[in-house]
Design a protein. Structure first.
Length: 400
C-alpha cells in the first residue's frame, strides 16, 4: 500500500525519458497518472502505469495551443497535480498558474525558473557562494564581438547561449552548446549563431567527469538529495548522459548547491550540474536544470523517489526527508548507448570535439559490448513494463 495519498497527476512531454520515470514512480505510489504528448503515442504513454496519453500541441512552437490542450486534459481527467517536464512546458504553463486554481503545479514561480535558467546570471551569483565557475567572456550581442580580445582565450572553448530556450518575436527556439577548437572555428561559429543566442558565454573548457547534485527543496526544507557521475554521454563530447552511476553526495557541494538555489527562492526539484577538473578535482558549475532531469530513473532505482516525494510535499503532506541511498547503482539508457557508439564509429575524435582523456574508439566498442555488470540497471526496458522500450525501439528505427 502506498505511503502517500492518491491523486490524479497529469505529466507533460510524454516523449521524454524523465516523463517515463515520473509515470512509473507515481503509478507505483498509487497515483492515477495521465500523460500528454505531441502525438498521443509517446514513450511515457506506453507505460502500463499511464491511464491515458492525450495529444497536445508542441510547447516550444505553439505554447498557447499547448496550454489550451493541457487545460482540456486537466478538465477531462479531473487532475489535481500538473507536472511540466521540459523547460518549454514550464515557460508556457507557469505564467498561467493563477488561471488554473484547481490544479497544483509543484514548482517555483516563473521568475525563479527563468532565473536559474540564465547561465550568465547564475555564474555571477555562484562565485560569492564559494562555487567555482569556468573562466569566460560574456558576449552581450553579435555587435560586441569586436571588443573581445580573442587572444586571451585558451582553446578549446565552449559557446553557451545564456538560455537553453531563447525567445524572440513571440517564438521560442531551442539553443545548443557548441565547441571551438581554435580561433577560426570560433569565428565561424560566431557568424552562424542567431541573435536569440545572446547573451553568449564563451567558456574555458573544463576537462573531467560530469557530476550532478539533485535536490528537492520545499518550504525551506531539503526533502531529498542525490548525486551521480556521468560515465558516457551523447553527443560524446558532452550532452545527455547515457550511462551513469550513483555516488555519495559531497556534503559541502550539497550545501553550496542548496544555498545557490535558495538565492532564487527555489521550491521543487533541481539538478545542479558540475564538471570535476581532472587535474585539480575542483567542481566547476555548468548549469542548473530547474525541472526533472533525463536520468531521473537512476535516482529512483538508488532509493530516492523524487516524484513521489514532490507530489506528497506539494499536496500538504509531510514526507520524511531522504538523504541516504545506494551508491554504485548504474543506469544505462539502451538506445542512447547505441547513439554514442555510432557517433564514435562514424566520426573522428577531432570531429566530435572530444577531450584529450576520452576513451579510444576500441575502448568505446569494448564498453558497449559489456552489456551488464553488477550494479547495472537498464533505464527503459523493464520486464514488468516492457512497452516503453518497444515504442522507443520502433521510434528509433523510424528516425534512421
Amino acid at each position: 500500500m502506498s505511503a502517500y495519498s492518491e491523486y490524479t497527476v497529469l505529466v507533460t512531454d510524454g516523449e521524454q525519458r524523465a516523463s517515463l520515470a515520473l509515470v512509473r514512480s507515481l503509478g507505483r505510489a498509487g497515483h492515477r497518472v495521465v500523460v500528454c504528448s505531441r502525438t498521443g503515442r509517446s514513450l511515457a504513454g506506453a507505460s502500463r502505469f499511464a491511464r491515458a496519453d492525450m495529444p497536445v500541441a508542441d510547447a516550444l512552437r505553439e505554447p498557447d495551443r499547448f496550454v489550451d490542450g493541457v487545460r482540456a486534459a486537466i478538465r477531462e481527467h479531473a487532475a489535481r497535480v500538473l507536472v511540466p517536464v521540459t523547460e518549454a512546458s514550464l515557460l508556457a504553463l507557469l505564467p498561467m498558474r493563477g488561471e488554473m486554481p484547481d490544479v497544483c503545479i509543484p514548482f517555483a514561480d516563473a521568475e525563479s525558473v527563468r532565473g536559474v535558467s540564465d547561465k550568465a546570471r547564475l555564474m555571477e551569483i555562484a562565485a560569492p557562494l564559494g562555487i567555482a565557475t569556468p573562466a569566460q567572456h560574456v558576449i552581450a550581442s553579435p555587435a560586441a564581438w569586436p571588443a573581445v580580445d580573442l587572444r586571451t582565450l585558451r582553446y578549446p572553448v565552449v559557446l553557451k547561449p545564456s538560455r537553453s530556450v531563447g525567445e524572440h518575436g513571440g517564438q521560442r527556439i531551442k539553443l545548443i552548446v557548441q565547441h571551438a577548437a581554435g580561433p577560426e572555428h570560433l569565428e565561424r561559429a560566431s557568424r552562424e549563431l542567431p541573435p536569440v543566442a545572446y547573451p553568449l558565454l564563451v567558456q574555458q573548457r573544463v576537462v573531467g567527469p560530469g557530476v550532478g547534485i539533485f535536490l528537492l527543496l520545499w518550504d525551506g526544507e531539503m526533502l531529498a538529495s542525490f548525486a551521480h557521475r556521468r560515465i558516457r554521454e551523447t553527443p560524446p563530447a558532452g550532452g545527455v548522459s547515457v550511462y551513469r552511476e550513483s555516488i555519495p553526495a559531497d556534503p559541502a557541494l550539497v550545501a553550496r548547491s542548496r544555498a545557490l538555489l535558495e538565492r532564487f527562492g527555489w521550491r521543487g526539484v533541481a539538478m545542479i550540474e558540475y564538471k570535476l577538473d581532472a587535474a585539480t578535482g575542483t567542481p566547476y558549475l555548468m548549469e542548473i536544470n530547474g525541472r526533472f532531469w533525463g536520468s531521473l530513473q537512476l535516482a529512483v532505482d538508488a532509493g530516492v523517489d523524487f516524484p513521489a516525494l514532490l507530489v506528497s510535499a506539494a499536496m500538504g503532506e509531510r514526507p520524511r526527508p531522504v538523504h541516504s541511498y545506494r551508491a554504485g547503482v548504474r543506469s544505462r539508457w539502451e538506445w542512447g548507448e547505441v547513439n554514442h557508439l555510432l557517433a564514435r564509429l562514424r566520426r573522428s575524435a577531432a570531429q566530435l570535439d572530444l577531450p584529450p582523456d576520452a576513451p579510444s574508439r576500441g575502448r568505446a566498442v569494448r564498453d558497449f559490448l559489456t552489456v551488464w555488470k553488477p550494479g547495472d540497471r537498464t533505464e527503459i526496458l523493464r520486464l514488468r513494463d516492457p512497452m516503453p522500450f518497444v515504442r522507443e525501439t520502433i521510434d528509433w528505427f523510424h528516425r534512421r
